[in-house]
Design a protein around this ligand. Structure first.
Ligand SMILES: Cc1cc2nc3c(=O)[nH]c(=O)nc-3n(C[C@H](O)[C@H](O)[C@H](O)COP(=O)(O)O)c2cc1C
Length: 201
């Protein structure tokens, strides 16, 4: 089939969508939503995260050189959206979204208990690119809920009901959209249009 051509733009879809926690020097925790995250290296295990300098999380992560990536299940989709449209400068997002935390074991940041998988990261470099700075970080430690691991030690990510994000919408792995960008703060009138799709559950 013929393909339409577009000028250079971000076409990589879908992407994982994650909650990144960080802590400042006064011990204040924050969380924000990230889609521009990628695996960079197997050994040592490295990831990249692209962060706009205006985010509060940017300041926390730059200062502490640490963060934790929490993989949310689809039941957390509203929190994922909310943490991506509200800033820790004005809101205590962890509290407002009823997310509970425990300390990481390798870095000074919080693990979100409600997320089935989390990994602790140490920043190795920060590269300014344009709108975003690219953080390259080493994964020091990973935490996986035990019910996702079988008797052979295999991790069943497919049982974690993880989310993806594609061109402005959240998807479960069964490809049904769970909500649109911003739906958690939309006025009630529009809310019905983006009601959670609970079919096939
Ligand atoms: C689905 C989604 C993906 C996002 N991905 C990124 C990202 O990769 N990098 C980034 O800097 N901001 C991203 N954002 C925006 C931030 O999460 C948002 O600006 C947030 O309010 C920043 O919070 P903070 O100021 O508390 O750090 C994303 C938002 C959403 C909803």
């Amino acid at each position: 089939m013929a393909k339409a051509t577009f000028k250079g733009s971000i076409m990589l879809n879908p992407v994982p969508v994650v909650l990144i926690t960080s802590r400042n020097s006064e011990g204040k925790d924050n969380v924000f939503t990230v889609g521009w995250i990628g695996t960079a290296c197997t050994k040592p295990p490295m990831i990249t995260v692209a962060i706009r300098p205006e985010r509060l999380s940017y300041d926390y992560i730059k200062e502490s050189e640490s963060f934790i990536v929490n993989l949310p299940s689809e039941n957390l989709v509203k929190a994922v959206d909310y943490c991506g449209v509200r800033s820790g400068r004005q809101n205590d997002k962890l509290k407002e979204m009823n997310l509970t935390i425990e300390n990481g074991t390798s870095v000074n940041a919080a693990i979100i208990k409600e997320c089935p998988i989390a990994f602790e990261c140490k920043v190795k470099s920060i590269t300014p690119l344009g709108t975003h700075d690219l953080f390259l970080a080493e994964i020091l430690n990973c935490h996986v809920e035990e019910h996702l691991i079988d008797e052979n030690g295999k991790i069943h990510f497919e049982k974690a009901d993880l989310l993806t994000y594609s061109h402005g919408e959240y998807y479960s792995l069964n490809n049904k959209p769970l909500g649109k960008f911003g739906y958690s703060v939309m006025k009630k009138k529009n809310k019905n249009k983006t009601k959670l799709n609970t079919k096939n559950k």
